[in-house]
Design a protein around this ligand. Structure first.
Ligand SMILES: *Cc1c(COP(=O)(O)O)cnc(C)c1O
Length: 216
């Protein structure tokens, strides 16, 4: 399955994040041996345990909601944090990154689904943050793009419109805030059930779990 998905992603050079949450270390290692290097987890404790047991050249992505009090555990090694949804969290990531003498890459999460969720910025909020002085002082984080999750529905048209909306947000932010920053280039959208739609709407990074590892 890994090779099949990689072949589908190749024409658009979309990055695969293999979502290994709940899956045992030996399954991750098997996929590592097939060549996969980027893995995503959504629980900090599980991420830290697995990082300690697996090869050091794995790039670990924190993909799920992150509580500020847990940032310190992943700050020494995490390579991308997908679900940043508040200034408070950005500040804490910055602080912990500084302690580890690192710059940590982050994606801004947007609420694009119809389902009510506590997580994710809206466009108004994010502009306030990016314009603010406290954001400009954060030297140990780098915003490299946006992330979102579409509604869990079989209505493909709806999912497509939600992905399209995230892409529009990305383009606006690029123009208004990050035009001079080449590294602002990622749109993390698409999971097992909707990654093909996401790619057709401009995803640069898909997060695929169950299709690769089996159902959880
Ligand atoms: C679990 C998870 C995924 C992967 O979901 P699948 O449907 O198993 O591919 C992607 N993104 C986030 C944020 C997740 O928590």
């Amino acid at each position: 399955m890994l090779q099949q998905i990689l072949a589908e992603l190749a024409p658009t050079k979309t990055t695969l994040v293999a979502v290994s949450k709940t899956k045992p270390v030996h399954k991750i290692l098997a996929m590592y041996e097939e060549g996969q290097r980027i893995f995503g987890e959504n629980r900090v404790q599980e991420l830290v345990e697995k990082e300690g047991q697996l090869p050091k050249d794995i790039e670990w992505h924190q993909i799920g909601h992150l509580q500020t009090n847990k940032v310190k555990y992943i700050a020494p090694f995490v390579s991308l944090i997908h679900a940043v949804d508040s200034l408070k969290l950005l500040k804490e990531i910055n602080k912990q990154a500084a302690k580890n003498d690192r710059i940590i890459d982050c994606l801004l999460q947007f609420h694009i689904a119809e389902e009510s969720s506590k997580f994710g910025f809206d466009e108004v909020e994010v502009k306030e943050v990016l314009k603010g002085d406290s954001f400009k002082k954060l030297e140990n984080i780098r915003i490299v793009g946006v992330m979102g999750m579409a509604t869990f529905t079989s209505d493909e048209e709806q999912v497509k419109l939600e992905f399209r909306y995230l892409k529009q947000i990305f383009e606006k932010l690029k123009k208004d805030f990050f035009s001079a920053q080449d590294s602002f280039k990622e749109i993390s959208m698409g999971m097992s059930g909707d990654y093909q739609l996401a790619i057709s709407e401009g995803s640069t990074m898909v997060r695929i779990g169950s299709l690769l590892f089996g159902n959880r």
